[in-house]
Design a protein around this ligand. Sequence first.
Ligand code: GLU
Length: 391
Amino acid sequence: MVLSKRVLNSATSATVRIADKAQSIRENGDKVFDFSAGRAFEHTPKYVLDAAIEAMRNGETHQTMAKGTTAYRAACAIKLKRENAIEANPETEIVATMGCKQGLTVSLLTILNPGDEVIVEDPCFVSYQQTINYLGGVPVAVPLLPENKFRWKREQLEKAITSKTKAIIFCTPHNPTGVVHTLEDLEEIAYVAKKHNLVVITDEPYERTVWGGKKHLNLATLQGMDKHTITLMSLTKSFSMGGWRLGFAYANPEKIRQMSKLQQHLITCVNSFAQAGGIAAYSQPPKDEVLDYWLEWEKKVVYFTEEIDKIEGLSCYTPEGGFYAWVDISATGISSDEFCDRLLEEQQVAIIPGASFGQMGENYVRINCVKSWEEIEGGLKGLTNFVESLP
Ligand code: GLU
């Protein structure tokens, strides 16, 4: 057989597949209200763009050091200190990645041997399980129960651990449930990681998008957790930079050295002028342009989720962080796949079926709330019409 079992056995990414489908519909000149992938209506802030354009004009069009430019890593360290109370050595504890997704691949490659088990949340981001599978690892899904407000309990984790468990991946603020983990939540995970000597990969692309006065906390700052944690961050969400593919990983020197070696082979380096833009974004506190985005996003997240909750047959809470409405559709009696396929077909509204985030997502759909106000109104109308049309 020409194709690998690895690829043949892999599911597609629902977030990317449905976003691509919506794009094809637009390119055909047809209307679609697209709430699929996590991208905001706003574009990258001008001061970040300007820095990248200037870098290009100044000849920063060549490969950089595999671990990222000295200036980019320094900017990441400044950001970690300013916003996360983390003192990172930019020479030895930071590596540039192409967003958190590529950061995840390189992290897992660094720590996994074939057959190693990795605990993931259910529901969790659509690419975790596939990436673990690609690398010969075994994903072990531990449910996030609605009755526990979509948070793990220590006993659940303890039960999932075997002699093969190597790592835990978790996401805060959480995609798709919108949970922002409290100190207590993090302590549960830290206790288990330390007791069983596990690595925890924390996926934090939504760390700046927290609402209602909530605060994002970093697992790596808990007592003794710096050596157990790989922290992944990116500008994709908070700075509307999804197409730049830019982020970084923070971990101890032993891991960062190996991750940098892998980057030499896998990507050579992260795009040079993207890193120049990243310096503008990270080296100084976010400018008003970005702060305004976040104010607007909070208004949209609150409005959209409250309005969805008013639709009879749907139930929705306002997330503590991140972009997404996690909508309970169980009262409609149809599967999340059918719900999303028919909503797109009948009302031209693109959203993501909860089942693609894991078994626990089956009664849910995920809706990106940070599109234009016009799209939000169109989406609400489409959702209402669709649910009303169900028997
Ligand atoms: N991470 C985003 C999401 O959950 C973007 C799409 C993707 O990279 O899968 O929609």
